[in-house]
Design a protein around this ligand. Structure first.
Ligand code: F6R
Length: 613
């Protein structure tokens, strides 16, 4: 979703901001722009990719040491040069970039029109900027004061960053509900939507909180609340390598991230499963173990792939911990008037830690005294800071829009928590616990076996079926959420319509879709307790001339015989198996997408970090 980068210092700002915009490309966008102060206020905006902006910059001289840049993901108004950010005030002196949505923009817009302001674009951003300008002019305030007053009237979410020709050595920014990080270099400062454009320059960062205002002026960082009181900035160290945010020889970030999974899962276990593999120690859990043991109910919330991880967790926690689990889309949970109390634990699962739907759901749960636990990948992100406790997945930066390694990281954390709580509640014998723990630790090696034996096979299957219009993904029990995840991956990056269902539900409706050009992907593992039933479900498809691709247990010759195509995975305990079965489905989606010529890292319309509700 929209990305912001800003610079103030001693270096030529335009190339720095342009490179920052390239680092933010992965968030998803449809236009971009830069404004720079150099005595005048200079502006350049382009619909399309950053390379279109770069091309336009080649013929433009934009010197200056203070600059703001933006990648826009359209909300109000179609993607075009006019709606792109930065926007400029009526007097041409102030430029502003914005990430978020101003919900009462229409009321403000009407008021501005009555006052004689004209609006060039269809955006809520221009409305907010001109509202700030009107307050500044009518009250003879300086920009900082006008921003503070304006934000008191605003309903919605924002990160805004402004530059002003009348204060040429100043950056002003504010945040509510969208992320903002400030990087502190040597006599220079950076501001960005996340740490990725900052790590090229410095590791010292300050994460800005909601309702905070940042003013960088004459080399000093001033942090205030909207009541104009000074606050002390908390400087933290970024733990992020530049290599981690580059492709490292892979054709796509998505491919790199799929291949990283054995290592990211090992990283997730590191320091948490003890050397002798006898116990699990997770700080976020240790400190609150009694809460988990006595929990009346766990409610899992998330969106998209993270919601699928929650669905797997429902099976895991009910099996291993006998704690009732509810799973809800964060966006629905928020608006369904949930009944909660302090015996409920809310698990918020999120790769980015910035998903607006999940954040507002957490705020709702907090009001009702529930205990909030975050499972998040991005260190320092909003969800990691608003939850009472939590665990990082340590999957490293996920740049590909389609989530892969973050999903297996989320599952790895959920398994460790469930095993720990199950043992603590004496529901798991030491023997069963050790067996499952050892199965869990064998996962990275087994994923490597899939890499070694199945990639050419999956690529050929993708070649054969990539022109399909529709696909069905079916699985039962632990494999049902994986069927959903497989279908989501395919939709996102190949634009093929795909649906996931519990295999038994097929006969209640989706079977009407079956014909010979609709591939059906079954997850049919030999040691699944529903194996025989799944075999019958496969026969039902075959009887209707459907094509069936199976994810099966290595060497299962009986299932192979009835399938059109199969992908074999190493044998694994059914409880742990989602960590394996998802991997061939990630590859299948990747190859289907790339064989159709789609840029799988930046599929159309999608944003990596969805910071609007
Ligand atoms: C799918 C995908 C999205 C995200 C969803 C939640 O590949 O990436 O469905 O899973 O937008 O994002 P996070 O996990 O950042 O809260």
């Amino acid at each position: 979703m929209c990305g912001i980068i800003a610079y103030i210092g001693h270096r030529d700002a335009t190339p720095l901001v342009l490179n920052g915009l390239k680092r933010l490309e992965y968030r998803g966008y449809d236009s971009s722009g830069i404004a720079v102060l150099n005595g005048n206020l200079q502006l350049l905006k382009r619909k399309g990719k950053i390379k279109d902006l770069e091309l336009a910059l080649e013929g433009t001289h934009m010197p200056g040491k203070v600059s703001i840049g933006h990648t826009r993901w359209a909300t109000h108004g179609e993607p075009n040069d006019i709606n792109a950010h930065p926007h400029i005030s009526s007097d041409g002196k102030i430029a502003m970039v914005h990430n978020g949505i101003i919900e009462n923009y229409d009321v403000i817009r009407k008021e501005l029109l009555t006052k004689g302001y004209t609006l060039e674009s269809e955006t809520d951003t221009e409305v907010l900027l001109k509202f700030i300008e009107s307050i500044k002019q009518e009250n003879h305030f300086d920009l900082e004061e006008a921003v503070r007053i304006a934000l008191k009237w605003v309903v919605g979410t924002y990160v805004i960053v402004l530059i002003d020709q009348e204060r040429p050595n100043t950056l002003i920014a504010a945040r509510k509900g969208s992320p903002l990080v400030v990087g502190i270099g040597d006599d220079e400062y950076f501001m960005a939507s996340d740490a990725l454009p900052i790590v090229d320059h410095t590791r010292d960062v300050v994460y800005i909180n909601d309702y905070e205002l940042v003013i960088i002026e004459e080399g000093e960082l001033i942090l205030k609340n909207l009541g104009n009181e000074r606050k002390t900035p908390l400087i933290e160290k970024l733990d992020l390598e530049i290599a981690a945010i580059e492709k490292g020889g892979y054709e796509h970030f998505m491919l790199k991230e799929i291949y990283q999974q054995p290592d990211t899962i090992r990283d997730c276990f590191r320091g948490r499963i003890t050397e002798e593999s006898s116990s699990i120690q997770i700080r976020g859990i240790e400190d609150h173990l009694d809460k988990f043991v006595s929990a009346r109910r766990i409610i899992m919330i998330g969106c998209g792939t993270s919601w699928h991880a929650s669905l797997v967790a429902e099976y895991i926690f009910e099996d291993l911990c006998r704690i009732p689990v509810e799973v809800d889309y964060a966006s629905e949970f928020r608006y369904r008037n949930p009944i909660l109390d302090s015996n409920d634990i809310i698990f918020a699962i999120s790769q980015s830690g910035e998903t607006a739907d999940t954040i507002v759901a957490l705020e709702k749960a907090k009001e009702q005294n529930a205990f909030l636990f975050g499972i998040v990948n991005v260190v320092g992100s909003s969800i990691s800071r608003i939850t009472h406790a939590g665990t990082y997945t340590h999957s490293g930066p996920e740049i590909g829009v389609a989530s892969t390694k973050a999903f297996t990281g989320q599952l790895a954390v959920l398994y460790m928590i469930a095993l720990k709580v199950g043992l603590e509640k004496q529901l798991l014998s030491q023997k069963k616990y050790s067996e499952l723990l050892s199965q869990l630790q064998s996962v990275p090696k087994k994923i490597e076996t899939i890499f070694e034996t199945q990639i050419n096979n999956i690529s050929s299957i993708a070649e054969k079926y990539c022109q399909s219009q529709n696909c069905l993904y079916l699985g039962r029990g632990y494999q049902f959420p994986i069927a959903l995840e497989g279908a989501l991956k395919l939709k996102e990056i190949s634009y093929i319509h795909a649906e996931g269902y519990p295999a038994a539900e097929m006969k209640h409706g989706p079977i009407a879709l079956i014909e010979d050009n609709v591939p059906v992907i079954f997850i049919a593992l030999k040691n699944d307790e529903c194996y025989e039933k799944i075999m019958s479900n496969i026969q039902e498809i075959k009887a209707r001339r459907g094509k069936v691709i199976g994810i099966i247990t290595e060497g299962d010759s009986r299932t192979k015989k009835i399938l059109d195509e199969y992908i074999e995975i190493p044998e694994c305990d059914p409880v742990i198996s989602p960590l394996l079965t998802v991997v061939p489905l990630q590859f299948l989606a990747y190859y289907m997408g790339t064989k159709k010529g789609i840029d799988v890292d930046k599929p159309r319309n999608l944003a990596k970090s969805v910071t609007v509700e």
